[in-house]
Design a protein around this ligand. Structure first.
Ligand SMILES: [Zn+2]
Ligand SMILES: [Zn+2]
Length: 237
């Protein structure tokens, strides 16, 4: 699979940046999905010129930093019609946000395990203030896992087991983290990758108030092969 980072910030974008958005493509190029669509992601999707060939959108949860560009995407699809509505897999709550996705251009589905083209997509509940899923994608003999937004969680930990590439929520620096927060720390991402036996770790949900290099150093203490998910970066899984 090929992963392209279209947004790596949260809960708001850095100057010139974008929040959660990850374009995942099979090796053949025949299957392509977008995971999350936060502010700044649609502009980068337009640059990829793949709205009409996209097979599905998967939203880890309905916080605005993970879905807000799904709103203007409706206008893009209205003016550039697809043959069929775009399948969107997302939690059904909070209801007032889910309601914003009801339009003729989206084919809404609950976040349940599904096969999309060559990809098997699976979900497990994460630990966050609204219904949120970690997302796993198996394709081309590899397994990609995105933690979604979550604090430490045993089920998420099991779900990450053996990931070829783990993309993890490092929303906090160690100094600001506690068990009740909505995100992991960069340090916990490193520990998670080590425990899960992941081959690679990318840190994402980078809060603009932190120095990314400091977050990376925290993760590397526990998982030396940690990397930052770079905006526009391409990763071969
Ligand atoms: Zn977030
Ligand atoms: Zn969130």
């Amino acid at each position: 699979m090929i992963l392209k980072i279209l947004g790596n910030n949260g809960p708001y974008p850095a100057p010139g940046g974008a929040c959660s958005g990850y374009l995942l493509q099979s090796d053949s190029g025949d299957t392509r999905i977008l995971i999350d669509c936060g502010p700044g992601v649609l502009s980068r999707m337009m640059a990829e010129d793949c709205l009409d060939t996209l097979d599905a959108v998967v939203l880890s949860h309905l916080h605005y930093d993970h879905m807000s560009d799904m709103l203007p995407m409706q206008y893009a699809l209205q003016l550039n019609p697809r043959k069929k509505p775009l399948p969107v897999y997302a939690p059904e709550e909070p209801e007032h946000v889910a309601g914003l996705l009801r339009c003729p251009y989206y084919d809404l589905w609950p976040a349940e395990d599904v096969t999309v083209g060559e990809m098997r997509i699976s979900f497990t509940a994460a630990r966050h203030p609204v219904p949120t899923n970690a997302v796993g994608v198996t394709c081309d003999g590899k397994r990609f896992v995105f933690t979604g937004d979550t604090n430490e969680d045993t089920m998420v930990e099991l779900f990450c087991n053996g990931a070829s590439l783990l993309l993890a929520d490092s929303g906090f620096a160690r100094a600001d983290h506690s068990f009740t927060k909505p995100h992991m720390s960069a340090e916990l991402c490193g520990k998670l990758a080590a425990k899960a036996g992941a081959k690679r770790l990318l840190l994402t949900h980078l809060n603009p108030k932190y120095d990314p290099k400091a977050l990376l150093a925290e993760a590397q203490e526990h998982f030396p092969a940690s990397e930052l998910a770079e905006l526009g970066g391409i990763y071969y899984i």
